[in-house]
Design a protein around this ligand. Structure first.
Ligand SMILES: [Zn+2]
Length: 347
């Protein structure tokens, strides 16, 4: 299919790869393999392959071609194209449903900080005034999300910005330049300054790291998960968005609750031998040396989101059922590609 594309189409694809790499390189928009982009060219839907990192879009075969009519026909039979076409992004159905030639979906930190609030539509109505935007309440990724978007668009087709409850942001447009322009407008309007976090206790953390399976994270932002009391209060009450379920399939997330500082570093390994990271109350975060780059990126993203949620915000947490479902979906998709690894993210 790719050999039949014209010079103009090649140029469009190249622009999408460039845009994908730019948004993939911004931790405020994309973490690990989250986020996906697509372009519809002459009946072909070029969509990000599942598990690929957008940041590598310039050098890898990040986009795969699918016949758009076939994808849409599959959805008419209530089948999820991500299940039918091996390697296609979990959000293939969403990209096919949207009428725009270029579509991007990101786990924008600023957007999620608003989209986890019970009063999100009220807040966003003020902030996004003048943009053609719609709210899509939380629903699982894949076909259910695409169908929810179809319902929203059937009431008002004129929309190029979708804010996904407890999930992220979708932008559609005529071409890459327009989509990127709208993305920067939304980011500017939804920007939140992070709450300052407490100082980390470097000497204590370095002592725990010596000769142990634990290390300090390379991204200092992560420490706020343990040094900011507001973040701790928010995290201890539930799961905010599906990617968090790579660490916990329970909506009573023990793993996100800070633990006390123990006297002996051996106690950390004995008591917390199954944990990928430790939030040590008021001291900082330790990460297991075997943590994958996906996990580290997800943890950084979580810290960035939680630092931007206001202390008085009424929060809409995912239900038990939603957390269990997203944990199953994410792990089963990942295991199809990397049975060696316990965790990862492949939206
Ligand atoms: Zn997503």
């Amino acid at each position: 299919m790719s050999s039949n594309i014209s010079g103009t189409q090649k140029a469009e694809l190249s622009r999408l790869r460039e845009l994908s790499a730019r948004i993939g390189g911004d931790p405020m928009l994309t973490q690990a393999s989250t986020g996906n982009t697509s372009i519809k060219l002459g009946g072909t839907l070029w969509i990000k392959a599942s598990g690929k990192w957008l940041v590598n879009a310039r050098g890898e075969d990040t986009l795969i071609p699918l016949d758009l009519d076939d994808v849409r026909e599959c959805m008419e039979h209530s089948a999820d194209p991500a299940e039918i076409y091996a390697g296609a992004s979990i959000e293939t159905a969403m990209h096919a449903v949207l009428p725009h030639p270029v579509v991007l979906h990101v786990h924008s930190v600023n957007t999620i900080a608003w989209a986890v609030r019970q009063d999100a539509t009220h807040q966003l109505t003020r902030k996004l005034d003048g943009l053609r935007w719609r709210w899509v309440p939380y629903v699982s990724s894949g076909l259910p999300l695409a169908q929810a978007i179809e319902r929203v668009l059937s009431k008002s087709a004129e929309a190029d910005v979708l804010v996904l409850g407890n999930h992220g942001l979708v932008i559609g447009g005529e071409d890459c330049a327009k989509v990127e322009d709208v993305l920067s407008q939304v980011e500017e309007r939804l920007a939140v300054l992070p709450r300052p976090a407490g100082e980390i206790d470097s000497p204590a953390l370095k002592q725990i790291a010596q000769g142990s399976p634990w290390d300090l994270p390379s991204d200092d932002v992560v420490h706020a998960l343990a040094t900011d009391t507001v973040s701790q209060a928010i995290l201890s009450r539930g799961i905010l968005y599906p990617c968090q379920s790579i660490f916990s399939d329970s909506n009573e997330p023990e793993i996100f609750r800070a633990i006390p500082c123990l006297d002996s570093k051996d106690l950390y390994e004995n008591r917390y031998s199954t944990r990928p990271f430790l939030l040590i109350n008021g001291k900082g975060v330790m990460v297991r040396r075997t943590m994958t780059s996906s996990q580290l990126a997800m943890l950084s993203g979580l810290a960035r989101v939680v630092q931007r949620i206001d202390s008085s915000a009424p929060i809409h947490y995912l239900s038990d059922q939603e957390v269990a479902y997203s944990a199953r979906t994410i792990s089963s998709r990942y295991q199809q590609r990397d049975p060696q690894s316990q965790y990862s993210v492949a939206p």
